[in-house]
Design a protein around this ligand. Structure first.
Ligand SMILES: CCCCCCCCCCCCCC(=O)CSCCNC(=O)CCNC(=O)[C@H](O)C(C)(C)COP(=O)(O)OP(=O)(O)OC[C@H]1O[C@@H](n2cnc3c(N)ncnc32)[C@H](O)[C@@H]1OP(=O)(O)O
Ligand SMILES: CCOC(=O)c1cnc2ccc(OC)cc2c1SCCC#N
Length: 390
């Protein structure tokens, strides 16, 4: 029996025809109709709020995820979000601590489960909806296949509904009812020797290691005049540029100034944002490129333990080609010792992937909306997606 839990949820099911009307799937409910009691956990477990303002708690969430979060299909890597990254990502403008939900073992207090929600205004085609973005769903490896995930999902839904929010956006590598879009990962080697050592990449036929290193070598300096680190006082221009640019896509966030300041700052090893302030027009920001840092544990390798990966975030290319902006971001990442630069094939990323020597990954990233039906029940193409979740 497939999707026993997901068939009970207000999500588009695989077997349903294409409803014409775009919008909520479940009948509207009042906050007071949402059950006040938390969902029941099995006896030996209890709910907790993970207050990431407390470093000890950040450490517990960091350790749970570092040891139990997402691995690739070949178990070569496991995501290893840093403690600083988790604080940046989850203590964002409008965050609610009660949306940072943990499950602990009553006896030992050990953190064995987690799920998070952060607020976001998401436009779907012509409608902007107050939603949450769900992320970091994790159950300890020793507690898998006990149907804990549906309980975590129902509990975060209850707490979000209690705040009069009825929609969510989330991504996953696994297929669930029912993707609104499916993107692919692309990888650009910055340190080919390491990627070959760990077995992710292989020497191409008739290519030596020396020749391969030369092939992926990047310039030592960036090419775009006026490229500089983003500053907080760039926020007003960035809000305009971002919201205008994201209007090109069918699924995209609407950023407030506070959100732009937060999401497009510089915290080394977490988030890096660069803008182009053209020398001909001092003070005017014309372009932007950003990437976030998400290391991974390299599983079971004698010599390498960690992969330093950069992930392309949002870009705005108005005065220079997107390819040049992304190339400069990779130059900066390579200079800072990153092993690989990753990008999804959403927005206009398809335009530079080949030229900049990205290779297609074998992973897919499905985009989902909770309690929102697309017109005609159809999905959108990757280039229609303007939403990047961490
Ligand atoms: C209005 C507000 C709404 C808010 C909520 C919106 C919805 C948010 C939804 C969440 C979005 C998260 C986004 C996100 O965090 C980014 S995707 C990353 C998810 N996390 C991981 O993959 C970490 C490693 N894996 C685990 O920790 C466990 O395997 C998890 C916890 C994934 C499942 O634990 P388990 O011990 O392996 O399994 P059971 O407890 O026995 O449960 C089995 C049921 O869980 C369904 N399942 C499996 N993986 C799923 C996934 N990634 N999303 C949703 N559902 C998932 C599965 O289809 C089955 O249901 P079915 O019987 O119907 O098939
Ligand atoms: C070298 C290219 O692969 C990755 O960067 C990487 C790293 N860690 C992971 C951990 C879990 C994982 O589970 C799907 C995948 C990876 C991947 S490939 C997909 C992410 C991207 N880009």
């Amino acid at each position: 029996e497939k999707y026993v839990f997901w068939e009970t949820q207000p999500v588009t099911q695989f077997n349903e025809g294409g409803e014409i009307e775009e919008g909520p799937i479940a009948a509207p409910r009042a906050v007071d109709d949402v059950q006040a009691q938390p969902y029941c956990l099995p006896d030996s477990f209890e709910w907790c709020v993970c207050n990431l303002n407390e470093d000890a708690v950040v450490q517990e969430v960091y350790e749970l995820l570092s040891n139990n979060y997402v691995e690739d299909d070949d178990n070569m890597f496991r995501f290893k979000y840093s403690a600083s990254f988790l604080k940046w990502c989850l203590l964002c403008p409008g965050h609610r601590l009660e949306w940072l939900i943990g499950v602990r073992v009553k006896a030992s207090r050990k953190l064995v489960g987690f799920i998070s929600a952060i607020p976001a205004n998401i436009r779907v085609n012509t409608k902007t909806v107050a939603m949450v973005e769900i992320n970091f769903l994790c159950v300890h490896k020793k507690l898998r296949a006990k149907r804990l995930a549906p309980v975590l999902i129902k509990e975060i839904t209850r707490r979000v509904n209690k705040c009069d929010i009825w929609q969510a956006a989330y991504t996953a590598g696994v297929l669930l009812p029912k993707p609104v879009a499916t993107c692919r990962y692309y990888h650009r080697s910055l340190n080919p020797r390491k990627l070959i050592d760990v077995g992710f990449s292989r020497l191409a036929p008739r290519m030596t290691m020396a020749r391969t290193i030369k092939l992926f070598k990047l310039p030592g300096t960036t090419a775009t005049p006026g490229l500089r680190e983003c500053r907080q006082d760039d926020t007003p221009q960035l809000v305009e540029l971002l919201n205008a640019h994201l209007g090109l896509y069918k699924l995209a966030p609407m950023f407030t100034p506070a959100e732009v300041t937060h999401w497009f700052q510089n915290i080394d090893g977490v988030i890096n944002t660069f803008v182009v302030e053209s020398p001909d027009a001092p003070g005017r920001v014309t372009d932007m490129v950003s990437f976030y840092t998400l290391p991974s544990s390299i599983l079971g390798h004698p010599q390498h333990t960690e992969l330093k990966a950069a992930y392309l975030y949002y870009t705005i290319a108005l005065s220079v080609p997107l390819r040049q902006l992304v190339s400069d971001a990779m130059v900066l990442a390579a200079a800072r010792g990153y092993d690989v630069f990753n990008a999804l094939d959403l927005m206009q990323n398809e335009s530079f992937l080949r030229d900049l020597k990205f290779g297609q990954g074998d992973g897919q990233l499905h985009y989902y909306l909770f309690n929102w039906r697309l017109a005609g029940g159809c999905s959108m193409a990757p280039q229609d997606v303007g939403l990047v979740l961490m």
